[in-house]
Write a protein that binds this ligand. Sequence first.
Ligand code: BES
Ligand code: ZN
Ligand code: ZN
Length: 502
Amino acid sequence: MFDVKKEFDLSAEHESLVIGLLDKPEKFSGLLANLDEAFDGQLTELVKTGDLSAKLNKINKVHSFGKIGSKRLWIVGLGKEKELSFDKLRKAFGRLFKELKAGKQTEAFVYLDSFISEKVDGPDAAHTLSEAYALATYQFDGYKQKSNEPEKKLEQLTICCNSVDEGEILASLTVGYAFGKGTNSARTLVNTPGNMLTATDMADYAVELAKKYDFEAEILDKAEIEKLGMGAFLAVNKGSVEPPKMIVLKYQGKEEWKDVIGLVGKGITFDTGGYSIKTKAGIVGMKSDMGGAAAVLGAMEIIGELRPEQNVVAVIPSTDNMISGNAFKPDDVITSMSGKTIEVLNTDAEGRLVLADAVTYAKHHGAEYLVDVATLTGGVITALGLNTTGAMTNHETIYEQVLEASMEAGEQMWQLPLFESEKERVRNSKVADLNNSPGSEGHAIVAGAFIGEFAENTPWVHLDIAGTATTSKSHDLGPAGATGVMTRTLALFVERFEPIEK
Ligand code: BES
Ligand code: ZN
Ligand code: ZN
Protein backbone atom coordinates (compact mmCIF):
# COMPACT_ATOMS: atom_id res chain seq x y z
CA MET A 1 0.00 0.00 0.00
CA PHE A 2 2.76 2.50 0.92
CA ASP A 3 6.01 2.58 -0.99
CA VAL A 4 8.74 4.93 0.10
CA LYS A 5 11.20 6.42 -2.37
CA LYS A 6 14.07 8.82 -2.04
CA GLU A 7 14.37 10.07 -5.56
CA PHE A 8 11.82 11.72 -7.75
CA ASP A 9 11.78 11.98 -11.49
CA LEU A 10 9.25 14.24 -13.23
CA SER A 11 8.98 11.87 -16.16
CA ALA A 12 7.85 8.95 -13.94
CA GLU A 13 4.38 7.81 -14.98
CA HIS A 14 1.65 8.08 -12.35
CA GLU A 15 -2.10 8.69 -12.35
CA SER A 16 -1.61 11.52 -9.90
CA LEU A 17 1.23 13.55 -8.52
CA VAL A 18 0.50 15.23 -5.19
CA ILE A 19 2.38 18.22 -3.84
CA GLY A 20 1.81 20.63 -0.98
CA LEU A 21 1.81 24.39 -1.49
CA LEU A 22 2.56 26.69 1.41
CA ASP A 23 1.30 30.23 1.17
CA LYS A 24 4.61 31.99 0.67
CA PRO A 25 5.17 35.21 -1.20
CA GLU A 26 8.45 34.02 -2.70
CA LYS A 27 8.77 32.36 -6.04
CA PHE A 28 8.46 28.59 -6.42
CA SER A 29 11.53 26.65 -5.38
CA GLY A 30 12.71 23.04 -5.50
CA LEU A 31 10.35 20.61 -7.17
CA LEU A 32 7.71 23.29 -7.66
CA ALA A 33 10.17 25.39 -9.66
CA ASN A 34 11.01 22.36 -11.81
CA LEU A 35 7.33 21.68 -12.33
CA ASP A 36 6.67 25.29 -13.23
CA GLU A 37 9.43 25.08 -15.78
CA ALA A 38 7.94 21.88 -17.24
CA PHE A 39 4.64 23.75 -17.50
CA ASP A 40 6.34 26.71 -19.25
CA GLY A 41 5.70 29.02 -16.31
CA GLN A 42 1.97 28.35 -16.35
CA LEU A 43 1.82 27.45 -12.63
CA THR A 44 3.17 30.88 -11.71
CA GLU A 45 0.50 32.35 -13.97
CA LEU A 46 -2.24 30.31 -12.31
CA VAL A 47 -1.15 31.57 -8.90
CA LYS A 48 -1.22 35.15 -10.18
CA THR A 49 -4.74 34.79 -11.57
CA GLY A 50 -5.92 33.08 -8.40
CA ASP A 51 -6.76 29.82 -10.20
CA LEU A 52 -4.17 28.03 -8.09
CA SER A 53 -4.61 28.69 -4.40
CA ALA A 54 -2.34 27.99 -1.44
CA LYS A 55 -5.26 28.51 0.95
CA LEU A 56 -5.41 25.81 3.60
CA ASN A 57 -7.49 22.79 2.51
CA LYS A 58 -7.86 23.99 -1.05
CA ILE A 59 -7.23 21.06 -3.42
CA ASN A 60 -6.19 22.27 -6.88
CA LYS A 61 -6.41 19.76 -9.67
CA VAL A 62 -4.34 20.51 -12.78
CA HIS A 63 -4.09 18.33 -15.89
CA SER A 64 -0.54 17.83 -17.05
CA PHE A 65 -1.30 17.57 -20.79
CA GLY A 66 1.67 15.28 -21.17
CA LYS A 67 4.19 17.85 -19.91
CA ILE A 68 5.25 15.51 -17.11
CA GLY A 69 4.91 11.73 -16.63
CA SER A 70 1.93 12.02 -14.24
CA LYS A 71 -1.49 12.55 -15.80
CA ARG A 72 -2.74 14.90 -13.11
CA LEU A 73 -1.25 17.21 -10.58
CA TRP A 74 -3.01 17.68 -7.23
CA ILE A 75 -1.73 20.72 -5.41
CA VAL A 76 -2.78 20.88 -1.77
CA GLY A 77 -3.08 24.36 -0.28
CA LEU A 78 -1.40 24.40 3.15
CA GLY A 79 -1.94 28.02 4.16
CA LYS A 80 0.61 30.01 6.15
CA GLU A 81 3.59 28.02 7.36
CA LYS A 82 3.41 29.46 10.89
CA GLU A 83 -0.21 28.36 11.24
CA LEU A 84 0.18 24.84 9.85
CA SER A 85 -0.09 22.22 12.61
CA PHE A 86 -0.15 18.43 12.82
CA ASP A 87 -3.94 18.49 13.14
CA LYS A 88 -4.44 20.89 10.22
CA LEU A 89 -2.17 18.86 7.97
CA ARG A 90 -4.09 15.69 8.86
CA LYS A 91 -7.32 17.39 7.78
CA ALA A 92 -5.76 18.73 4.57
CA PHE A 93 -4.59 15.21 3.70
CA GLY A 94 -8.09 13.96 4.55
CA ARG A 95 -9.62 16.40 2.10
CA LEU A 96 -7.06 15.36 -0.55
CA PHE A 97 -7.75 11.65 -0.17
CA LYS A 98 -11.50 12.22 -0.32
CA GLU A 99 -11.05 14.07 -3.60
CA LEU A 100 -8.65 11.47 -5.01
CA LYS A 101 -11.22 8.82 -4.15
CA ALA A 102 -14.07 10.81 -5.68
CA GLY A 103 -11.88 11.30 -8.75
CA LYS A 104 -11.58 7.48 -8.97
CA GLN A 105 -7.79 7.55 -8.69
CA THR A 106 -6.28 4.18 -7.86
CA GLU A 107 -2.71 5.28 -7.39
CA ALA A 108 -0.83 8.43 -6.44
CA PHE A 109 2.68 9.70 -5.96
CA VAL A 110 3.05 12.06 -3.02
CA TYR A 111 6.01 14.40 -2.79
CA LEU A 112 6.19 14.49 1.00
CA ASP A 113 9.03 17.02 1.23
CA SER A 114 6.59 19.69 0.06
CA PHE A 115 4.39 19.02 3.13
CA ILE A 116 7.16 19.47 5.68
CA SER A 117 7.01 22.78 7.52
CA GLU A 118 8.26 24.59 10.61
CA LYS A 119 6.00 22.71 13.02
CA VAL A 120 5.48 19.42 11.18
CA ASP A 121 8.62 17.45 10.40
CA GLY A 122 8.95 14.58 7.92
CA PRO A 123 7.94 11.68 10.22
CA ASP A 124 4.97 13.67 11.54
CA ALA A 125 3.88 14.55 8.02
CA ALA A 126 4.10 10.84 7.13
CA HIS A 127 2.00 9.96 10.21
CA THR A 128 -0.74 12.47 9.30
CA LEU A 129 -0.73 11.23 5.72
CA SER A 130 -1.32 7.55 6.47
CA GLU A 131 -3.77 8.25 9.30
CA ALA A 132 -5.76 10.62 7.09
CA TYR A 133 -5.64 8.15 4.23
CA ALA A 134 -7.23 5.40 6.35
CA LEU A 135 -9.79 7.74 7.94
CA ALA A 136 -10.84 9.72 4.89
CA THR A 137 -11.27 6.75 2.55
CA TYR A 138 -13.28 4.73 5.12
CA GLN A 139 -16.71 3.62 4.07
CA PHE A 140 -19.29 1.38 5.66
CA ASP A 141 -20.56 -0.88 2.93
CA GLY A 142 -23.93 -1.55 4.52
CA TYR A 143 -26.27 -4.23 3.34
CA LYS A 144 -27.53 -3.10 -0.06
CA GLN A 145 -27.47 -5.65 -2.83
CA LYS A 146 -24.21 -5.06 -4.65
CA SER A 147 -23.93 -3.90 -8.25
CA ASN A 148 -21.60 -5.90 -10.50
CA GLU A 149 -19.38 -2.99 -11.34
CA PRO A 150 -16.15 -3.29 -9.37
CA GLU A 151 -15.43 -0.17 -7.37
CA LYS A 152 -12.21 1.74 -7.98
CA LYS A 153 -10.15 2.12 -4.84
CA LEU A 154 -7.16 4.27 -4.04
CA GLU A 155 -4.81 1.46 -3.17
CA GLN A 156 -1.28 2.43 -4.00
CA LEU A 157 0.56 5.40 -2.56
CA THR A 158 4.19 6.10 -3.36
CA ILE A 159 5.69 8.52 -0.89
CA CYS A 160 8.79 10.38 -1.92
CA CYS A 161 10.84 11.99 0.80
CA ASN A 162 14.29 13.21 0.07
CA SER A 163 15.10 14.90 3.35
CA VAL A 164 14.40 12.07 5.83
CA ASP A 165 15.59 8.49 6.08
CA GLU A 166 13.26 6.06 4.26
CA GLY A 167 13.04 3.69 7.23
CA GLU A 168 11.91 6.49 9.51
CA ILE A 169 9.22 7.58 7.07
CA LEU A 170 7.98 4.03 6.65
CA ALA A 171 7.81 3.57 10.43
CA SER A 172 5.71 6.73 10.81
CA LEU A 173 3.45 5.68 7.97
CA THR A 174 2.87 2.38 9.75
CA VAL A 175 2.01 4.09 13.04
CA GLY A 176 -0.37 6.60 11.44
CA TYR A 177 -2.07 3.85 9.50
CA ALA A 178 -2.58 1.79 12.67
CA PHE A 179 -4.31 4.78 14.30
CA GLY A 180 -6.56 5.21 11.29
CA LYS A 181 -7.39 1.52 10.97
CA GLY A 182 -8.22 1.11 14.67
CA THR A 183 -10.59 4.08 14.42
CA ASN A 184 -12.22 2.57 11.35
CA SER A 185 -12.79 -0.71 13.19
CA ALA A 186 -14.56 1.25 15.92
CA ARG A 187 -16.64 3.02 13.27
CA THR A 188 -17.71 -0.27 11.74
CA LEU A 189 -18.75 -1.66 15.12
CA VAL A 190 -20.90 1.43 15.77
CA ASN A 191 -22.40 1.43 12.28
CA THR A 192 -23.43 -2.22 12.62
CA PRO A 193 -27.09 -2.55 13.64
CA GLY A 194 -28.13 -4.09 16.97
CA ASN A 195 -29.57 -7.22 15.36
CA MET A 196 -26.16 -7.96 13.85
CA LEU A 197 -24.05 -7.00 16.83
CA THR A 198 -25.37 -8.56 20.02
CA ALA A 199 -23.36 -8.76 23.25
CA THR A 200 -22.32 -12.27 22.17
CA ASP A 201 -21.14 -10.96 18.80
CA MET A 202 -19.15 -8.23 20.53
CA ALA A 203 -17.55 -10.82 22.83
CA ASP A 204 -16.66 -12.97 19.80
CA TYR A 205 -15.12 -9.94 18.14
CA ALA A 206 -13.03 -9.23 21.25
CA VAL A 207 -11.83 -12.84 21.39
CA GLU A 208 -10.70 -12.64 17.76
CA LEU A 209 -8.84 -9.43 18.56
CA ALA A 210 -7.20 -11.14 21.52
CA LYS A 211 -6.07 -14.02 19.31
CA LYS A 212 -4.62 -11.68 16.73
CA TYR A 213 -2.71 -9.54 19.22
CA ASP A 214 -1.96 -12.05 21.90
CA PHE A 215 -4.12 -10.40 24.57
CA GLU A 216 -5.50 -12.34 27.47
CA ALA A 217 -9.29 -12.51 27.08
CA GLU A 218 -11.91 -13.25 29.70
CA ILE A 219 -15.57 -13.33 28.70
CA LEU A 220 -17.94 -13.60 31.64
CA ASP A 221 -21.27 -15.22 30.81
CA LYS A 222 -24.52 -14.60 32.66
CA ALA A 223 -23.88 -17.24 35.34
CA GLU A 224 -20.44 -15.84 36.10
CA ILE A 225 -21.79 -12.30 36.16
CA GLU A 226 -24.41 -13.45 38.67
CA LYS A 227 -21.79 -15.19 40.76
CA LEU A 228 -19.77 -12.00 40.99
CA GLY A 229 -22.85 -10.11 42.15
CA MET A 230 -22.98 -7.59 39.32
CA GLY A 231 -26.56 -6.67 40.13
CA ALA A 232 -26.49 -3.30 38.35
CA PHE A 233 -25.31 -4.81 35.07
CA LEU A 234 -27.76 -7.71 35.40
CA ALA A 235 -30.71 -5.38 36.03
CA VAL A 236 -30.21 -3.71 32.65
CA ASN A 237 -30.08 -7.10 30.92
CA LYS A 238 -33.18 -8.45 32.68
CA GLY A 239 -35.64 -7.59 29.92
CA SER A 240 -33.52 -9.08 27.16
CA VAL A 241 -33.48 -12.48 25.47
CA GLU A 242 -29.84 -11.83 24.61
CA PRO A 243 -27.42 -12.91 27.36
CA PRO A 244 -25.09 -10.24 28.77
CA LYS A 245 -21.31 -10.45 28.40
CA MET A 246 -18.64 -8.82 30.50
CA ILE A 247 -15.70 -8.59 28.13
CA VAL A 248 -12.18 -8.26 29.51
CA LEU A 249 -8.98 -7.94 27.48
CA LYS A 250 -5.57 -7.65 29.06
CA TYR A 251 -2.45 -6.34 27.42
CA GLN A 252 0.78 -6.60 29.40
CA GLY A 253 3.59 -4.48 28.01
CA LYS A 254 5.62 -4.22 31.23
CA GLU A 255 7.47 -6.96 33.09
CA GLU A 256 5.13 -6.72 36.05
CA TRP A 257 1.37 -6.20 36.24
CA LYS A 258 1.58 -2.73 37.79
CA ASP A 259 0.55 0.85 36.84
CA VAL A 260 -2.41 -0.76 35.13
CA ILE A 261 -4.65 1.46 33.02
CA GLY A 262 -8.31 0.41 32.96
CA LEU A 263 -10.25 1.36 29.82
CA VAL A 264 -13.96 0.89 30.37
CA GLY A 265 -16.46 1.24 27.50
CA LYS A 266 -20.26 1.32 27.59
CA GLY A 267 -21.41 -1.55 25.40
CA ILE A 268 -25.20 -1.17 25.11
CA THR A 269 -25.90 -2.76 21.73
CA PHE A 270 -29.33 -1.12 21.60
CA ASP A 271 -30.97 1.25 24.07
CA THR A 272 -34.78 1.33 23.98
CA GLY A 273 -34.78 3.15 27.32
CA GLY A 274 -36.48 0.15 28.94
CA TYR A 275 -39.76 0.96 30.74
CA SER A 276 -38.71 4.62 30.84
CA ILE A 277 -39.02 4.11 27.11
CA LYS A 278 -37.59 6.50 24.53
CA THR A 279 -39.77 8.38 22.05
CA LYS A 280 -40.13 7.02 18.54
CA ALA A 281 -37.76 9.71 17.28
CA GLY A 282 -35.35 9.34 20.19
CA ILE A 283 -34.96 5.58 19.82
CA VAL A 284 -33.65 5.70 16.24
CA GLY A 285 -29.87 5.54 16.17
CA MET A 286 -29.56 3.81 19.52
CA LYS A 287 -27.47 1.06 17.92
CA SER A 288 -24.65 3.54 18.57
CA ASP A 289 -24.98 3.13 22.34
CA MET A 290 -21.91 0.90 22.31
CA GLY A 291 -19.71 3.72 20.96
CA GLY A 292 -17.64 3.65 24.16
CA ALA A 293 -17.02 -0.08 23.81
CA ALA A 294 -16.09 0.45 20.16
CA ALA A 295 -13.55 3.15 21.09
CA VAL A 296 -11.99 0.83 23.68
CA LEU A 297 -11.80 -2.07 21.21
CA GLY A 298 -10.41 0.23 18.51
CA ALA A 299 -7.79 1.53 20.93
CA MET A 300 -6.88 -2.05 21.90
CA GLU A 301 -6.33 -2.81 18.22
CA ILE A 302 -3.91 0.15 17.95
CA ILE A 303 -2.22 -0.96 21.18
CA GLY A 304 -1.93 -4.49 19.77
CA GLU A 305 -0.27 -3.10 16.65
CA LEU A 306 2.11 -0.70 18.37
CA ARG A 307 2.78 -2.68 21.56
CA PRO A 308 3.67 0.17 23.94
CA GLU A 309 5.42 -0.54 27.24
CA GLN A 310 2.23 -0.17 29.26
CA ASN A 311 -0.27 -2.41 31.03
CA VAL A 312 -3.91 -2.15 30.02
CA VAL A 313 -7.08 -3.90 31.06
CA ALA A 314 -10.11 -3.21 28.87
CA VAL A 315 -13.51 -3.89 30.40
CA ILE A 316 -16.73 -3.78 28.41
CA PRO A 317 -20.15 -4.52 29.89
CA SER A 318 -22.36 -5.48 26.97
CA THR A 319 -26.11 -6.02 26.71
CA ASP A 320 -29.11 -4.36 25.12
CA ASN A 321 -31.67 -2.44 27.19
CA MET A 322 -35.08 -3.93 26.40
CA ILE A 323 -38.59 -4.27 27.81
CA SER A 324 -40.42 -7.50 28.68
CA GLY A 325 -42.26 -9.03 31.61
CA ASN A 326 -38.85 -9.60 33.17
CA ALA A 327 -37.39 -6.18 32.63
CA PHE A 328 -36.20 -3.99 35.51
CA LYS A 329 -38.47 -1.11 36.45
CA PRO A 330 -38.36 2.32 38.03
CA ASP A 331 -38.52 1.95 41.85
CA ASP A 332 -36.51 -1.30 41.77
CA VAL A 333 -33.58 -1.39 44.14
CA ILE A 334 -30.51 -3.27 42.93
CA THR A 335 -27.18 -4.18 44.48
CA SER A 336 -24.01 -3.47 42.53
CA MET A 337 -20.86 -5.59 42.66
CA SER A 338 -19.28 -2.99 44.97
CA GLY A 339 -22.06 -3.64 47.50
CA LYS A 340 -23.56 -0.18 46.97
CA THR A 341 -27.33 -0.32 46.53
CA ILE A 342 -29.05 1.74 43.83
CA GLU A 343 -32.61 2.97 43.58
CA VAL A 344 -33.63 2.89 39.92
CA LEU A 345 -35.56 6.02 39.07
CA ASN A 346 -35.13 5.82 35.32
CA THR A 347 -34.40 2.66 33.30
CA ASP A 348 -33.08 4.84 30.47
CA ALA A 349 -30.18 5.85 32.71
CA GLU A 350 -28.80 2.34 32.15
CA GLY A 351 -25.30 3.25 30.99
CA ARG A 352 -24.15 4.36 34.44
CA LEU A 353 -25.50 1.10 35.89
CA VAL A 354 -23.53 -1.20 33.61
CA LEU A 355 -20.47 1.02 33.97
CA ALA A 356 -20.73 0.93 37.77
CA ASP A 357 -20.05 -2.81 37.79
CA ALA A 358 -17.51 -2.57 34.97
CA VAL A 359 -15.50 0.05 36.84
CA THR A 360 -15.56 -2.10 39.97
CA TYR A 361 -14.47 -5.11 37.93
CA ALA A 362 -11.64 -3.18 36.25
CA LYS A 363 -10.32 -2.40 39.74
CA HIS A 364 -10.55 -6.10 40.61
CA HIS A 365 -8.27 -6.74 37.66
CA GLY A 366 -5.73 -4.33 39.10
CA ALA A 367 -6.63 -1.10 37.30
CA GLU A 368 -4.93 1.76 39.15
CA TYR A 369 -6.08 4.39 36.68
CA LEU A 370 -9.44 4.46 34.95
CA VAL A 371 -10.83 6.03 31.82
CA ASP A 372 -14.43 5.28 30.96
CA VAL A 373 -15.97 6.15 27.61
CA ALA A 374 -19.71 6.18 27.09
CA THR A 375 -22.55 7.52 24.97
CA LEU A 376 -24.00 8.40 28.32
CA THR A 377 -26.34 11.38 28.21
CA GLY A 378 -28.39 13.58 25.92
CA GLY A 379 -27.46 16.22 28.48
CA VAL A 380 -23.88 16.44 27.22
CA ILE A 381 -25.27 17.47 23.82
CA THR A 382 -27.30 20.24 25.47
CA ALA A 383 -24.20 21.38 27.33
CA LEU A 384 -21.47 21.09 24.69
CA GLY A 385 -23.08 20.43 21.32
CA LEU A 386 -22.21 17.74 18.80
CA ASN A 387 -18.50 18.38 18.30
CA THR A 388 -17.13 18.20 21.83
CA THR A 389 -16.80 15.26 24.18
CA GLY A 390 -17.68 16.00 27.80
CA ALA A 391 -15.07 15.05 30.36
CA MET A 392 -15.09 14.70 34.14
CA THR A 393 -12.43 13.65 36.57
CA ASN A 394 -11.47 13.13 40.19
CA HIS A 395 -7.79 13.71 39.40
CA GLU A 396 -6.53 16.72 37.43
CA THR A 397 -3.09 15.28 36.60
CA ILE A 398 -4.51 12.20 34.95
CA TYR A 399 -7.07 14.37 33.17
CA GLU A 400 -4.27 16.51 31.75
CA GLN A 401 -2.71 13.42 30.21
CA VAL A 402 -6.02 12.48 28.57
CA LEU A 403 -6.54 16.07 27.39
CA GLU A 404 -3.05 16.20 25.84
CA ALA A 405 -3.77 12.99 23.95
CA SER A 406 -7.10 14.33 22.73
CA MET A 407 -5.48 17.49 21.39
CA GLU A 408 -2.91 15.48 19.48
CA ALA A 409 -5.63 13.24 18.12
CA GLY A 410 -7.64 16.29 17.04
CA GLU A 411 -10.61 15.23 19.19
CA GLN A 412 -12.17 18.09 21.15
CA MET A 413 -13.06 17.65 24.80
CA TRP A 414 -14.16 19.99 27.57
CA GLN A 415 -14.22 19.39 31.28
CA LEU A 416 -17.43 19.53 33.29
CA PRO A 417 -17.24 20.09 37.05
CA LEU A 418 -17.60 17.44 39.72
CA PHE A 419 -18.77 19.28 42.84
CA GLU A 420 -19.84 17.81 46.18
CA SER A 421 -23.31 19.27 45.62
CA GLU A 422 -23.89 16.99 42.61
CA LYS A 423 -22.36 13.98 44.37
CA GLU A 424 -24.94 14.64 47.08
CA ARG A 425 -27.74 14.52 44.51
CA VAL A 426 -26.59 11.07 43.37
CA ARG A 427 -26.44 9.92 46.99
CA ASN A 428 -29.93 11.17 47.72
CA SER A 429 -32.26 8.18 48.15
CA LYS A 430 -34.59 7.19 50.96
CA VAL A 431 -34.14 3.48 50.31
CA ALA A 432 -30.68 2.95 48.83
CA ASP A 433 -27.11 4.28 48.85
CA LEU A 434 -27.51 5.94 45.46
CA ASN A 435 -30.16 6.79 42.88
CA ASN A 436 -29.53 6.55 39.14
CA SER A 437 -31.39 9.68 38.04
CA PRO A 438 -31.58 12.67 40.35
CA GLY A 439 -33.64 14.88 38.03
CA SER A 440 -33.15 16.61 34.75
CA GLU A 441 -30.80 19.43 35.82
CA GLY A 442 -27.22 18.81 34.70
CA HIS A 443 -27.84 15.30 33.31
CA ALA A 444 -24.30 14.90 32.03
CA ILE A 445 -22.76 15.92 35.33
CA VAL A 446 -24.84 13.71 37.62
CA ALA A 447 -24.30 10.75 35.30
CA GLY A 448 -20.54 11.26 35.58
CA ALA A 449 -20.82 11.81 39.33
CA PHE A 450 -22.64 8.47 39.62
CA ILE A 451 -19.78 6.60 37.91
CA GLY A 452 -17.35 8.47 40.15
CA GLU A 453 -18.99 6.81 43.16
CA PHE A 454 -17.58 3.51 41.88
CA ALA A 455 -14.18 4.81 40.80
CA GLU A 456 -13.85 6.04 44.41
CA ASN A 457 -10.22 7.03 45.07
CA THR A 458 -8.80 5.55 41.89
CA PRO A 459 -7.67 8.35 39.52
CA TRP A 460 -10.40 8.42 36.93
CA VAL A 461 -11.52 10.27 33.80
CA HIS A 462 -15.00 9.98 32.39
CA LEU A 463 -15.69 10.76 28.73
CA ASP A 464 -19.27 11.31 27.56
CA ILE A 465 -19.38 10.84 23.79
CA ALA A 466 -23.18 10.92 23.28
CA GLY A 467 -22.77 13.94 20.99
CA THR A 468 -19.56 12.97 19.23
CA ALA A 469 -19.84 9.21 18.55
CA THR A 470 -21.82 9.80 15.37
CA THR A 471 -22.24 12.64 12.92
CA SER A 472 -24.94 13.42 10.39
CA LYS A 473 -22.50 15.11 8.01
CA SER A 474 -19.50 13.79 6.15
CA HIS A 475 -16.25 15.56 7.07
CA ASP A 476 -12.60 15.76 5.96
CA LEU A 477 -11.65 12.64 7.90
CA GLY A 478 -14.64 10.44 7.23
CA PRO A 479 -18.20 9.95 6.10
CA ALA A 480 -21.46 10.60 7.96
CA GLY A 481 -22.24 7.95 10.58
CA ALA A 482 -19.94 6.65 13.28
CA THR A 483 -16.84 8.76 13.96
CA GLY A 484 -14.85 6.28 16.05
CA VAL A 485 -14.30 9.19 18.44
CA MET A 486 -11.89 8.66 21.36
CA THR A 487 -10.27 5.59 19.79
CA ARG A 488 -7.14 7.55 18.94
CA THR A 489 -7.25 9.62 22.12
CA LEU A 490 -7.33 6.45 24.24
CA ALA A 491 -4.52 4.80 22.29
CA LEU A 492 -2.34 7.92 22.46
CA PHE A 493 -3.08 8.33 26.15
CA VAL A 494 -1.92 4.76 26.76
CA GLU A 495 1.14 5.16 24.57
CA ARG A 496 2.29 8.32 26.36
CA PHE A 497 1.03 7.42 29.84
CA GLU A 498 3.19 8.37 32.81
CA PRO A 499 2.21 6.85 36.15
CA ILE A 500 1.55 9.35 38.89
CA GLU A 501 3.84 9.29 41.88
CA LYS A 502 1.85 8.19 44.89
N1 BES B 1 -27.92 6.22 25.46
C1 BES B 1 -28.51 7.34 26.08
C2 BES B 1 -27.77 8.64 25.84
C3 BES B 1 -27.73 9.16 24.42
C4 BES B 1 -28.62 10.14 24.03
C5 BES B 1 -26.79 8.72 23.54
C6 BES B 1 -28.57 10.63 22.74
C7 BES B 1 -26.74 9.22 22.24
C8 BES B 1 -27.63 10.18 21.85
C9 BES B 1 -28.59 7.14 27.59
O1 BES B 1 -28.68 5.84 28.02
C10 BES B 1 -29.79 7.88 28.07
O2 BES B 1 -30.85 7.55 27.65
N2 BES B 1 -29.59 8.90 28.89
C11 BES B 1 -30.65 9.69 29.41
C12 BES B 1 -30.49 9.76 30.90
C13 BES B 1 -31.68 10.31 31.61
C14 BES B 1 -32.85 9.43 31.43
C15 BES B 1 -31.36 10.46 33.06
C16 BES B 1 -30.58 11.07 28.80
O3 BES B 1 -29.50 11.65 28.76
O4 BES B 1 -31.61 11.56 28.34
ZN1 ZN C 1 -30.63 5.07 28.09
ZN1 ZN D 1 -27.84 4.40 26.74
